[in-house]
Ligand binder design. Structure first.
Ligand SMILES: Nc1ncnc2c1ncn2[C@@H]1O[C@H](COP(=O)(O)OP(=O)(O)OP(=O)(O)O)[C@@H](O)[C@H]1O
Ligand SMILES: [Mg+2]
Length: 315
């Protein structure tokens, strides 16, 4: 088959962007970033509203704030967007101890003290001890980047407020060296949150917001297809029936999510569990085999066992 220029073997799609990039043979410039469109990818299932949200953030040049249940593909979205638009990805994984300043730069006083004791001449210049953070790296990059700020809700409440100016104006001041660092290209910022803490209004104002709804059955089948294209249809049907039944169980403390379903399917395949072994859950009479991949605490397992017992004795 003769393929047109720009036909991408991985994506199986031909977009103007592929053709354009092939012709240009270089990374996109600032103007090109605002013209980019995210069309999804062959390894990540996107819904229309998620595609719209990504493209809205690109057009507005505002951070994209993504919320959703754990395991619904928030982190993976940033990786896929970077791959699809051909921009390098910088990741900043936030912990409870992370400070906004660490994303800009840190002054390494310990190394400077050690060097001064060793008589190293580098101590004369404080710039030798400024360690660049991810934002600085993204700002000075010669090509536009995708910057993922992952799980922003893990940090303390001041963290988002401390980044307002940097994310808005795309600049910050280094007091030690009296330098103003300005972004050469505005990075495409993707921020994820699991909703453990509320984010301040001033921060929200600066973002484009999208909530990844839990995938419906059709979308979930597509996600499973991406990961296990060889999965037999009857096993998929039974597994999805059981999975959504577990999720809909009233009183469940922790609902299983996409990544848990994928783990469970992997186990079902590895153990060669037949579809019939799952069928009993239709009548709530058996607990799904290998349920440890789906139910993550003993209360939920007990709840399921009680329901299975009642279902068996009411029949
Ligand atoms: N839309 C999707 N298409 C393909 N795979 C998906 C999709 N959504 C989730 N997955 C799968 O689920 C796994 C979990 O995704 P990811 O780690 O991005 O979730 P998350 O929302 O960031 O979770 P957490 O909040 O726990 O960090 C991924 O490794 C991927 O295999
Ligand atoms: Mg994540």
């Amino acid at each position: 088959m003769i393929k047109p220029p720009g036909f991408d073997k991985v994506e199986h799609r031909y977009t103007w962007l592929h053709a354009f990039r092939r012709r240009q043979k270089r990374r996109p410039t600032r103007l090109q970033v605002s013209l980019m469109r995210f069309e999804g990818s062959s390894t990540y299932v996107t819904t229309d509203d998620l595609r719209l949200a990504v493209n809205a953030a690109i057009t507005l040049q505002r951070p994209l704030l993504i919320k959703g249940e754990p395991g619904t593909g928030k982190t993976m979205l940033a990786e896929e967007v970077a791959r699809a638009v051909g921009m390098p990805l910088l990741q900043w994984h936030i912990k409870s101890t992370t400070k906004a300043q660490q994303g800009l730069y840190e002054y390494d006083a310990v190394s400077r003290l050690r060097d001064s004791q060793l008589g190293d001449q580098r101590v004369q210049d404080i710039a030798n001890y400024i360690v660049k953070g991810v934002l600085w790296q993204a700002f000075e990059s010669p090509v536009p980047m995708v910057l993922l700020i992952d799980e922003i809700d893990k940090a303390d409440i001041e963290f988002p407020n401390d980044l307002l100016r940097e994310l808005d104006r795309m600049e910050f001041y280094v007091y030690e060296t009296h330098e103003l660092i300005r972004a050469r290209h505005r990075p495409l910022v993707v921020i994820t949150s699991n909703n453990e803490k509320e984010l301040p209004d001033a921060f929200l104002r600066r973002c484009f917001f999208h909530y990844i709804k839990f995938p419906d059955r059709d979308t979930m089948s597509q996600i499973v297809d991406v990961h296990y294209p060889q999965l037999k249809r009857d096993l998929l049907k039974e597994a999805l029936d059981s999975f959504y039944q577990v999720r809909e169980l009233p009183g469940l403390k922790k609902k299983p999510s996409t990544s848990e379903l994928l783990d469970w399917l992997k186990l079902l395949l590895a153990e060669d569990i037949p579809p019939e072994a799952l069928r009993g859950t239709d009548h709530k009479s058996v607990i799904p085999p290998l349920h440890g991949a789906l139910l993550k605490n003993e209360q939920d397992v007990h709840l399921f066992e009680r329901l299975a017992y009642m279902a068996r004795h009411n029949r």
